[in-house]
Design a protein around this ligand. Structure first.
Ligand code: IPM
Ligand code: MG
Length: 370
């Protein structure tokens, strides 16, 4: 199969982890006879430096010509001035919005061999296996008005949280379909005791739930959810929530997996996302990225954990190319490497084998070919 992708490696450790993920993809391709073709685009701070805007001109069109986008990370202290006109993050947000990628899937699993790597007690982490479905193109991130200004009494700023029933409905459907293919449990997370958008969210969630009688649905307030994630994370199967809540909760959930360096994500869109019966269409356009940031403190040092990006490639093969065997092979390989005690520095413990970024990528690549 022709694996046609656009690459936006970004800033900091982005290019380093993307390179390792491509190493693994090429290894998979060799084994299964697929062929990679790709275009590369600047996004984030590197694009600001070169073009003055957070995304290289032509990127959206370039991405649309591909079947999937692989992204590293954006941002860094160099571009962090809160008064700056453009920020690296603008590029990523524009990309998500312009490509209509409203559905962000963030699977969180605890791996037995990594239980002790979490700051939480190992016994709290047994059987953690959830997917957070984060709404990605609405809410506070994109609502208008969004601005800051000067008044006679000082500075003011506003962001707007807005949701339409269509936006809530389509993301709920993604969650329900996903739940059908899993343990059939869905938790819709909102702040319906305070926010209008959340009251609408809860109402629509209840309406959609009627069509999915086989899935057990509950609604939970986001503050309760934040607590439950660390007191009883095994409670959750599929969580569906709005953009900002999802951003915050998934960083928290990363603690369950031992390190941010382990968590992949897929951002999907399009009307024809859902094939029914708990499955997505086999070849849907998507953007794949680790949930971690650009980690400027370790950038360029060959220290970053590439596994989140490698696992993002697995999600890409599954959702955008329908290559389930290949996806599972990558996931199984990563698991076995963790079982065998190989660790990048973020997960390093006594008695484990320390790997740098490139060594970890090469190890996964060699094992998927074997
Ligand atoms: C994420 C990140 C982004 C977000 C930033 C980099 C804009 O935190 O993907 O979770 O807030 O969506
Ligand atoms: Mg985030």
């Amino acid at each position: 199969m022709d694996i046609k992708i656009a690459i936006t490696a970004g800033d900091g450790i982005g290019p380093e982890v993307v390179e390792e993920a491509l190493k693994v993809l090429e290894a998979v391709n060799r084994r299964f006879g697929h062929k990679l073709t790709h275009s590369s685009w600047l996004i984030g701070g590197c694009s600001i430096d070169k073009f003055g805007s957070a995304i290289e001109p032509g990127t959206i069109e370039g991405c649309k010509k591909a079947n999937a986008v692989l992204l590293g990370a954006v941002g860094g202290p160099k571009w962090d001035d809160p008064k700056a006109k453009v920020r690296p993050e603008d590029g990523l947000l524009h990309l998500r919005k312009a490509l209509g990628l409203f559905s962000n899937l963030r699977p969180v699993k605890s791996h037995k061999a990594l239980l002790s790597a979490s700051t939480l007690k190992p016994e709290a982490l047994n059987n953690v296996d959830m997917v957070v479905v984060r709404e990605l193109t609405g809410g506070l991130y994109f609502g208008k008005p969004k601005k800051r200004w000067e008044t006679s009494r000082g500075r003011k700023a506003v962001d707007t949280m807005a949701y339409s029933e269509q936006e809530v409905e389509r993301i709920m459907r993604v969650g329900f379909e996903l739940a059908r293919g899993r343990r059939k449990k869905l938790t819709s997370v909102d702040k319906a005791n305070v926010l209008k958008t959340s009251q609408l969210w809860r109402e629509v969630a209840n309406e959609v739930a009627k069509e999915y009688a086989d899935v057990k649905m509950d609604s939970m307030l986001v503050d309760t959810c934040a607590m439950r994630l660390v007191t009883n994370p095994a409670y959750f199967d599929v969580i569906v929530t709005e953009n900002t809540f999802g951003d915050i909760l998934t960083d928290e959930a990363a603690v369950l997996a031992g390190s941010m360096g382990m968590l992949p994500s897929a951002s999907l869109g399009g009307k024809e996302l859902i094939a029914g019966k708990g499955r997505f269409k086999d070849r849907t356009f998507g953007l794949y990225e680790p949930i971690h940031g650009s980690a400027p403190d370790i950038a360029g040092q060959n220290k970053a954990n590439p596994l989140a990006t490698i696992l993002s490639v697995a999600m890409m093969l599954r959702y955008s190319f329908g290559l389930h065997t290949e996806a599972e092979l990558i996931e199984r390989t990563v698991s076995s490497i963790i079982d065998d005690g190989y660790r990048t520095q973020d997960l390093m413990r006594e008695g484990m084998r320390l790997m740098n970024t490139q060594e970890m990528g090469s190890l996964v690549a060699s094992k998927v070919t074997a």
